[in-house]
Ligand binder design. Structure first.
Ligand SMILES: [Zn+2]
Length: 266
């Protein structure tokens, strides 16, 4: 009996001192339980139409993500990012965080909505948080990504693409969907390597002839960019596809790239 008590005390002390996310995990459980209750309720009390008639259909499942949005954390460590995403006052989150050593933290069920995209647009899609999985990669914003990070990322993307049947074109960056507002992931992010593995497209400009009437801004729009602020759209495009060029001009090579990408992303 005495031994059991000592064991319990030791266990409580041990679990308190080793899991810094105990409190936020408890909050997570409480919130998911509350949502589960809303989903299970019938007649539908949360219905915006307030119809008094309910006839439950037998044919449905959960909505699933159709995009993956990639970010750099712009913070100094994984611990700092995990602390930010487990603090109510920050009001930001992601489904996954990938640390420099390749460790992948899962922070939210893929079916639930993280707060990672903010005000954003890609093609005609606007509420990107409702459509996407957000992946944050530990990086201060000015450094290359580590090999273990990219290896873990490729494995994770592979699982997500297969599980939710996410189209190749729909693996994009935060800067792509928020031109002028966001610049992540930074120019060291290996977009070409991702494309070679089936996540996004890359270009081949060999032998490409650009017609005289080619409209570069329309090509950006077809790819998905919001072109309301043309300079910002060009900057986001370059950060993704012409990474070592920080100018806002579109040269002949860029026009070839855009013509090729326009066909792949349309
Ligand atoms: Zn971001």
């Amino acid at each position: 009996m005495k031994r059991a008590l000592i064991f319990i005390i030791l266990y409580i002390t041990y679990s308190c001192s080793t899991n810094p996310y105990k409190t936020s995990n408890k909050t997570y459980k409480k919130q998911t339980k509350a949502y589960a209750k809303v989903l299970a309720a019938h007649p539908l009390k949360d219905s915006v139409t307030n119809s008094p008639y309910f006839a439950g259909t037998t044919n449905f499942n959960l909505r699933k993500p159709n995009f993956v949005i990639l970010h750099h954390t712009a913070q100094n460590s994984c611990e700092q990012t995990l602390a930010t995403f487990t603090t109510v006052k920050s009001q930001v989150s992601a489904h996954y965080v990938i640390c420099k050593d390749g460790t992948v933290y899962h922070m939210l069920n893929d079916y639930l909505r993280a707060w990672q995209a903010g005000v954003s647009k890609w093609g005609n899609a606007t509420d990107i948080n409702s459509l996407s999985i957000g992946i944050e990669i530990d990086n201060n914003g000015f450094e290359p990504f580590t090999d273990p990070q990219i290896n873990s990322l490729l494995q994770l993307l592979d699982r997500l693409k297969k599980a939710y049947n996410i189209p190749t074109a729909n693996f994009i960056g935060h800067a792509d969907i928020a031109p002028g507002r966001k610049v992540d992931p930074n120019r060291y992010f290996p977009w070409q390597k991702l494309a070679e593995n089936g996540f996004g497209f890359w270009y081949d400009t060999v032998g490409i002839q650009v017609p005289a009437n080619f409209d570069a801004m329309q090509a950006l729009r077809v790819i998905g960019y919001d072109i309301v602020k043309p300079d910002a759209a060009i900057q986001s495009f370059k950060l993704h596809f012409v990474q070592m060029d920080s100018t806002k001009a579109i040269n002949d090579e860029d026009r070839k790239i855009l013509l090729d990408l326009e066909k792949k992303y349309q």
